[in-house]
Design a protein around this ligand. Structure first.
Ligand code: GMT
Length: 373
């Protein structure tokens, strides 16, 4: 198949999933064309059959807001024609599904199929905003196939958009070769002395991630044992987290590492991963940590529960309950048997349920079904 993929090319989970999916599809013999305003951050190394087409958004004094949605539609249309695409697979509904629809509606765009994958904030936050709700709902209606990364997200989409459109759940996946346990101690020595625990967090530091809770939990762990915290990623709440770390007297034990490409190198040396989000449609970062054999502390009440079984690969606590999260973390870090059991279970769950090949196959089947429509 010839597949066009559009995503937000930044560090967010939807961009990561779209990029890893595109590269995996190309390795399986498909031709993949990424269409986005920058090359996706995880698009590294040379992969045969992968092409990247930048979208240029020209400014003009009259445009207070340059119309990215239109520039994208124009570029999708060009790429679809020049490369003979069968399908456009857009990740994150807003505005990508609408741009794809426009590209198909232009003369000659007729047979192009559109698949839209919902990732979470595109529906739960952005799509539920009154100014975007009706166009998001329309974007799903005009797609030939819609997928969501969890049952939770499927349910929330139906509620938020009041839609009964068909949605297939295809969970997120992880490259279990890249995100794998590491035996060598070199990764640990960069951050911690012998006998010190390493805790990690990875996100885009948006309010929904509750990064200040990470600091709160870490400070409580630090009160009980020598430990270091790796804060991987960047975003609007970084300074709030830094300030809280100073106030709690743990700033010297926290590494604010910023946005990184080699995420696996930073997750694999950790003893524990913390993602205390308000909600997650899935929580890809939890899965990446689990695949490295790292147990997680995360939250109840959202798609996280479809990736992490509470008590098996870590502990899930109520949102904001930093005392419970810290108590669970201390228990896991001080009980060697429990820690070992959770590490094994984390890796096994990633391999059995969320390995890249198994999930990419589901996308291939979904494409075939969509093309037959
Ligand atoms: O987490 C974010 O804020 C980024 C966002 C995105 O769209 O890039 O992530 C969403 O998609 C990921 C990949 O499917 C999911 O693993 C995340 O759970 C989801 N984020 C939220 O639902 C908050």
């Amino acid at each position: 198949m010839k597949i066009g993929i559009t995503c937000y090319p930044t560090y967010g989970g939807s961009g990561v999933v779209a990029t890893e999916l595109g590269m995996a599809l190309a390795r399986r013999g498909h031709e993949v064309h990424f269409v986005s305003y920058e090359a996706p951050v995880r698009l590294h190394g040379y992969v045969e059959n992968v092409y990247y087409h930048p979208v240029e958004v020209s400014g003009y004094p009259l445009f207070k807001y340059p119309p990215y949605c239109l520039a994208l539609a124009g570029r999708m249309y060009e790429v679809a024609h020049e490369s003979g695409l069968d399908m456009l697979h857009v990740h994150y509904a807003v505005p990508h599904a609408l741009s794809a629809h426009l590209a198909r509606e232009m003369p000659g765009g007729g047979s192009l199929k559109i698949v839209t994958t919902l990732h979470g904030t595109d529906v739960v936050l952005v799509g539920a905003d009154s100014s975007y709700r009706s166009v998001t709902r329309y974007g799903l209606k005009v797609s030939d196939g819609v997928t969501a990364v969890s049952e939770y997200l499927k349910r929330r989409t139906r509620e938020a958009l009041q839609t009964d459109c068909e949605i297939e759940v295809i969970p997120n996946f992880v490259n279990t070769d890249e995100f794998a346990p590491r035996k060598d101690r070199a990764g640990r020595r960069r951050f911690a002395d012998a006998g010190e625990k390493i805790i990690a967090h990875l996100s885009n530091f948006r309010p929904v991630k509750r990064v200040v809770d990470v600091i709160e939990v870490f400070a409580r762990i630090r009160g009980r044992m020598p430990a270091k915290l790796l804060m991987v990623g960047d975003g609007p709440d970084r300074y709030k987290a830094e300030r809280r770390a100073r106030e709690l007297g743990v700033y010297r034990d926290v590494f604010f590492l910023g946005g990184r490409q080699a995420v696996a190198d930073l997750l694999a040396p950790a003893d524990l991963f913390i993602l205390p989000s308000e909600f997650e449609s899935f929580g890809l970062a939890n899965l990446e940590a689990m695949s490295c054999g790292v147990p997680v502390i995360s939250t109840l009440g959202s798609g996280v529960e479809e990736a992490v079984v509470n008590g098996e690969q870590g502990r899930l606590c109520r949102v904001g309950d930093v005392e419970a999260m810290a108590a669970a973390a201390v228990e896991i870090l001080t009980d060697g048997n429990l820690h070992e059991k959770m590490k094994k279970s984390a890796r096994a769950r990633a391999l059995e349920n969320f390995a890249q090949d198994k999930i990419v196959e589901k996308y291939e089947k979904f494409y075939e079904k969509t093309l037959e429509k």
